[in-house]
Design a protein around this ligand. Structure first.
Ligand SMILES: [Zn+2]
Length: 226
């Protein structure tokens, strides 16, 4: 799942308006930010196997540290606690961040084949396999994105041209990247998958930038955009 995680990150702005969109993206995509580095280090394994699902050619052989429910609970609590300590945030903000980290597991279970672990060491694997249906996957991905965009646009914000352009180009970029990876040719190797997945960091930075452009005006810093 790709767009759905960003959709929940956007939606969470409603629950925690003080938290930057960049931090919300980092939380909802924490598993997929950690995963490529662990793959490149050889700690976790992925294989390219075209046809394994109708949507993705990736066979997630093993990802106990980035994608088990238990570890995502641990990462979620750690991320929320560190965020609260560094930003002196309210408990609600830290709880939203922790829940977003764990939400990654729930959304991935819906689309993945039964390959999602509960604990790093356990043998059970879960997955409802929505990726076996292209229309079903598209409805879920775009439905969550639209849900997130709608809630995000409903939060109070300073309307600036920079903020509006930045936000909509981010949404357009997410959609283009998603469609290109879903309907494009399969990646040449697992390493290529992991390296291109590192681009996720760029989307976190983009989230921070979009959020800052709205705050700048709220604080009266960039009047020239009015
Ligand atoms: Zn994932």
């Amino acid at each position: 799942m790709f767009l759905g995680h960003f959709g929940l990150g956007l939606a969470a702005k409603k629950a925690a308006p003080a938290v930057s969109l960049g931090a919300l993206f980092a939380a909802s995509q924490f598993a997929d930010l950690l995963w490529p580095t662990l793959v490149l280090l050889g700690v976790e394994q992925v294989r390219v196997q075209p046809g394994i699902t109708a949507v993705t050619p990736l066979d997630f052989v093993s990802y106990p540290y980035s994608h088990s429910l238990l570890m995502l609970c641990v990462w979620g609590v750690a991320f929320g606690a560190i965020y609260a300590a560094l930003r002196r945030a309210r408990p609600g903000a830290a709880i939203t961040i922790a829940l977003l980290v764990v939400s990654h597991w729930v959304l991935d279970v819906v689309v993945h084949r039964p390959d999602m672990p509960i604990t790093p060491w356990g043998a059970e694997r879960f997955g409802l396999g929505l990726w076996n249906s292209v229309p079903g996957t598209l409805v879920a991905e775009f439905g969550l994105l639209v849900f997130g965009v709608t809630l995000y646009l409903g939060t109070p914000r300073a309307r600036t041209r920079a903020g509006t352009i930045g936000f909509w180009s981010l949404v357009a970029f997410l959609v283009i990247v998603y469609l290109a990876s879903t309907f494009g040719p399969p990646p040449p190797s697992a390493a290529a998958v992991a390296w291109s997945a590192q681009a996720m960091w760029l989307l976190v930075a983009w989230g921070y930038w979009v959020d800052r452009s709205r705050r700048g005006v709220a604080e009266g810093k960039s009047r020239n955009w009015k």
